[in-house]
Structure formats: C-alpha cells, structure tokens
Design a protein around this ligand. Sequence first.
Ligand code: ZN
Length: 389
Amino acid sequence: MTNTTKAHFIINNNFQKREEKYFDILTNTILLDICQKITGEQEYSVEFIDEVNKGRLAILMFDGHITYISFSETEIKGRNASIQSFPTALVKYQLEENTNKNICFYFLPSIGNFETDYFIFIYRLMKTSGTIFLNEKEYLEATILPFTTVENIIFARNKGQRRNNNSTYLTKSTDNTIQVYGKTYGANKYETTLLCLALSKITPLPIELYQIGEGGLTQLPKTAIIAIESTKKIQIYTSNRTLEKVEFEENNSLRSGRYIYNLLEKLGDKKCAFCECEIPQIIQGAHIWSVSDIKKMKHLTQDEKLECAIDGDNGIWLCQNHHKLLDVHLLKISVDGKIKYQSQVQGNIDYIKQITTVIELSNDILTATFIQYLEKRNRIIQGIEFISL
Ligand SMILES: [Zn+2]
C-alpha cells in the first residue's frame, strides 16, 4: 500500500459483489460521506482488491494515516449473523503495523431493527474497543456510551439474557482476575474476540480467556488469537478433553474451565447459594459429589468420571465460608433442598444461622441429576444428625 496525500479507498471486491443482489452497497454518495467525515476532503480514489478473507471492510488511506471502516449489515437477520463482520475487521485493525491508525463503524441503509438490547450491548463494546462511529446520529435514537468498568459489562451482558442463551460468560476469579469463558465456534467466536479486545482497554487487572471448544473446534481463529495476544494483557487457555483429563487425573480440586463454564451456564452469575453473597472474588464452584470420591469409583470409566466432575449439575456457587462449612459437613443439603446444620455444632450455631440466610435451595438448582449427586454425597454422612436452620 502506498502513502498518499489524496484520500484513497481500498475495498474488498468480495464485500461489494456478495450483496449486489440487494443494491450497490458502497455508492459514491456513501464513499463521499465517509471521506468527508474522516478527512474533511471531497476528493478520493477507489481501488478494488480481491481478498479471500471475507469481511465488510474498507480501508481509507490519507496523509500517512490508515482508517479501517467496518459496516453494518444491509439486512438484519438475527443477532448472530449481524455482528460477525465487525470483530473480523477489528482483528485486522489490531494487527495493522502502521501505528497511525483508526477504526470506524458506518451504518448503511438497512432493513430490520438494529437497536435491540443486544446490538446496543455490542455497539458499546465496539466503542469500548476504541471504535469511532461515523454516522450513529442518523441511525440510532440512543447515544452509545463506551463501558468504563468490567462490572458495567458484566451487568449489561446479563441484562435480559436468559440463562443457557449466553455463549460467553464474564466473571472474576478468587484471585481477582477477569475471566472470560468463550465458545470457539460459529458466531460466538466473534463475540468472544470483541469482548476480550474491549476488556483489555478498560481494566488494569489480568485477564484470562478460557476457550470452551465444541466438536472439533477448540480454539479461536489464529488471527483472533494473535490479536488478543497482542494486547499483552490476556492469558489464553484452551479447554479440551485431553487437557481436562490431565487436570482431572492430577488434581482433586479440578480447576477446569469447562466446570466453571457449566456452572455459569446452569446457575448464572456467581452468587452463594447459602447466603446470596455476590462478590465474585470470594465465590467458588463447590462440587456436590466431590472429585476425590468420584475418582474412587471403580465401576466408572475415566471418561465417565470426568463427565461427573465437570457436570454443571454437580455443583453450586458458595462463598468461601459456606464452601468450607459444607465440605467439613457442619452444613448439609438434604435431598429436598433444605440446608441443615450438624446437631453437635452447639456453640457456633448462632454464627452459622446468622450467615446462612437461605434455608432451602431454589427449584432450578434441584434437578434430578443434582439430587442424584446429593444422594451420593450424603451417603458419607449417614448416621450424623442434622437440624433444619
Ligand atoms: Zn455464603
């Protein structure tokens, strides 16, 4: 690419051709508008290039400066299809070696509603990642504000989302690390990439990305990984069967990304099931049927054992105090979901009663499989007397 003092567009031929059945996407009017908004000039030249890599991307070179421009879809067909191209453009921008660079987003005349809660969440992530919106006022009612804290993102991410509908989860670990649990296939991989790049702009805390693979895809696309690594703030982990097995065989506590992902998927954000504490740094995934007991089962294959160890039904969120109280059997959960304390506790009953504000687990935790794990757990403490709170 040559440096030029005159505005020069480079446009992916694929992008223009792919949708010409609707209308000529980047008309002269649109190109002129973009050129004026970015450079203040009216004169420009256009070059079409053939690039295998898809992406609704145009590049504008002007006075040694390079601007990446991503575009909205011309037909909004549902949330997943409509956000795919931006993260692709963002990754390319992130990898651009010229430091004199910008990334912009331009709304095209479109069919469909692109002001849903989900799109607004995505636009906010885009702004957080440093994207300049060139013509939002002409298309959006609401002003799009970037996120300023991780908590803002977590809150907005979960607003109006049904559980099991989330593909990416965001939380904080007990060592105050931001953790992203992201799927690696389909449209989810784009959301994971965008989330990571946006987070890297606003938090001084270390970030861990757990790639939750399915089928044959265990990792994000190579360029996305390079872009995420280039932030130098994000540690990437891969969660696949082989690594999970090694982790399972070597540790009794099982720090599996997949287990935490499954708990987030079933239970939602971290919140102690016994006291409703929501401080993620002190909330842990507590196994119902413990990993060490699962390992002792001679009749189960190694794969079956692993399946039980990472099952979202085999766990609840507990704060550190309640996790310990459950593990030393001062507290137990009976199969009807009631939380009970050991009758011999005596002197400490008042304290336990005071901190345990929930007396019965909610029905969405008490699935049939959860109760099966509970029965296995409670076999160990048969004969010990427990009293309802
Ligand atoms: Zn608690």
